[in-house]
Write a protein that binds this ligand. Structure first.
Ligand code: TXA
Ligand code: MG
Length: 338
């Protein structure tokens, strides 16, 4: 099963937060927890720190970063021509797992937005992230992508970040396991249209309810530039395949017969083929609830990726809006190996 992720965050000392703020003020890159996933953060006013984020992640320089800040009152400092819909969403969902794409103000460097004139903005709600941003100071902001190598699975614990980047980052703030476990929902509010660019921590239906209108959900092959929406992303190094519930057990049996060491992630099926003496098949029973499944997903994938399976099989999620974020991440992870 996935590692335990419901522990309360260990309390960080004031000194640890202050040390992280000092690092940001010096132009260093740090790792910190958010309610969605851990981020690799740098103060946006240091061009070399922004460059370092791209270097550490191995991310192409034209892929924009999300800018995190602490106070809603500063929204108009970071963005321009903010439509009413964006204000409604910001007031309702911030602090929280929502990123708004808006026309950028002159205070946002082009290096952060990958040369685009729009910016992704978010006020996170994790107490450590908020404290960090507040202590950094007014009209200061932190650019932070997920703290993983470009294209691979995002980190939901400090330990994930340590294993991936321990030697290249001096400060990793440990806020325990992430409450949500999937990235923020990205909503573009450009050209008077509200479009979901990446499903995530906030449900599409919640956004429609607050706006009292239907919103567009971006299709996979749109030309909008957003790396989290590349067809292959969030990938495991072990090949991952999605299988419909009806054929999952027969498919895993075929792999077993071929001697392929396989991990099978089940959701609605509560049994496997029983104990397999050759130890070639391993069953992982995940919660059959989109929020709980999403919370455990990345930790489970990372754990299985370290256990030398030749194949990961996942029971397909239901085809509905509640499961959209989970389905999106699984689809992208599976495309990586096609
Ligand atoms: O939950 C999250 O959003 C986490 C935490 C750390 O806040 N961050 C995160 O960042 O997932 P990253 O860099 O891994 O993914 C950010 C996504 C990318 O798909 C990026 O292309 C998109 O946001 N993005 C950022 N600015 C954009 C813009 N101006 N237009 C379109 N997409 C943008
Ligand atoms: Mg990412």
């Amino acid at each position: 099963m996935s590692e335990k992720i419901h522990n309360p965050p260990p309390n960080l000392t004031k000194e640890q937060i202050t040390a992280a703020v000092t690092s940001l003020h010096k132009g260093d890159v740090i790792a910190f927890p958010t309610e969605t996933v851990y981020g690799l953060g740098a103060d946006i006013s240091y061009p070399h720190a922004i460059r370092k984020i791209f270097d550490i992640k191995g991310r192409p320089p034209d892929h924009p970063l999300i800018v995190h800040f602490a106070k809603l009152a500063e929204l108009e400092f970071w963005a321009e021509n903010i439509p009413e819909t964006a204000l409604i969403l910001a007031k309702h969902f911030w602090p929280g797992p929502l990123t708004l794409i808006l026309p950028k103000s002159k205070h946002i460097p082009l290096s952060v937005t990958g040369g685009q004139d729009t910016v992704g903005l978010r006020i996170p709600r994790h107490p450590i992230a908020l404290r960090l941003l507040e202590e950094l100071g007014s009209y200061k902001a932190v650019a932070a992508p997920s703290a993983n190598r470009f294209g691979f699975v995002s980190p939901t614990s400090a330990d994930h970040v340590r294993k991936e980047f321990g030697s290249s980052i001096n400060v990793i703030l440990d806020g325990g396991a992430c409450e949500i476990g999937l990235e923020s929902t990205i909503v573009s509010c450009i050209n008077r249209e509200v479009t979901i660019l990446r499903p995530g921590g906030i449900q599409v239906l919640s956004i429609e309810k607050v706006l009292k209108q239907k919103v567009l959900v971006r299709s996979h092959n749109s030309s909008i530039r957003a790396p989290g929406s590349l067809t292959s992303h969030y990938a495991t190094t072990t090949p991952l395949k999605i299988c419909q519930s009806e054929s999952l057990l027969s498919h895993s049996f075929i792999l077993l017969q071929r001697g392929i060491r396989t991990a099978v992630i089940l959701r609605s099926i509560h049994r496997g083929f029983g104990q397999d003496s050759s130890d070639k098949l391993h069953y992982v029973f995940m919660p059959n609830d989109p929020v709980e499944f999403g919370k455990d997903l990345y930790a489970t994938l990372r754990k299985l990726d370290n256990e030398n399976y030749q194949q990961i099989l996942v029971e397909a999620p239901p085809d509905n809006l509640e499961w959209l974020a989970v389905a999106d991440r699984l689809n992208r992870a599976s495309h990586f190996h096609k």
